[in-house]
Unconditional design. Structure first.
Length: 174
């Protein structure tokens, strides 16, 4: 396990997760804000990209599991993305449709944000959200993120939401 929250556990994806991930990433409603739905082969390639990210960066997108039931509900993680020529750590989240409206995206993304700041020591993280994707904008705002600007990513307009790590207070002087 990479991290746990009250209800969720996040772990690295493996090729054995293909059926769940393909079911989610080929669903037109789940993929509404993406250019196209993925094919099963594209999901297999996506898994390979995550495995490469784990090896190269020490993190990537992880599988989100219901801790008590043990089944997957989505994906969430931290990836390095080039935005406007600058490499940025981005928190991405996607929950499969049968598990929508339970707060899983927010809970998982808050866990990833905490992990990014406390374990990785990052000072800032972003989330790229399509302007029309109001539910994902709501999640970004619940993470304490605010919109900074718009940027093109993968040929599509996105709002760049960002949050900085809270300043640490200095120890009292004695």
């Amino acid at each position: 396990m990479i991290l746990e929250t009250d209800r969720l556990a996040l772990r690295q994806v493996t090729p054995a997760d293909l059926d769940f991930l393909a079911g989610m990433m080929t669903d037109p409603e789940v993929m509404r804000y993406y250019p196209t739905v993925a094919t099963r082969d594209e999901v297999r390639e996506w898994i390979d990209r995550q495995l490469a990210r784990y090896a190269r960066d020490g993190h990537g997108v992880w599988l989100v599991l219901d801790r008590h039931a043990g089944h997957p509900v989505g994906r969430c993680g931290l990836v390095m993305l080039e935005v406007d020529g600058v490499w940025e750590p981005e928190i991405g989240y996607m929950i499969h449709r049968p598990f929508w409206r339970r707060g899983y995206a927010t809970e998982a993304a808050l866990g990833v944000k905490r992990w990014a700041f406390e374990v990785r020591g990052l000072d800032r993280v972003i989330s790229l959200v399509r302007p029309e994707n109001l539910p994902s904008q709501g999640v970004a705002r619940k993470l304490g993120m605010t919109p900074e600007r718009e940027a093109l990513h993968a040929g599509l307009r996105h709002v760049v939401f960002a949050v900085r790590r809270a300043a640490r207070s200095a120890p009292p002087r004695g």
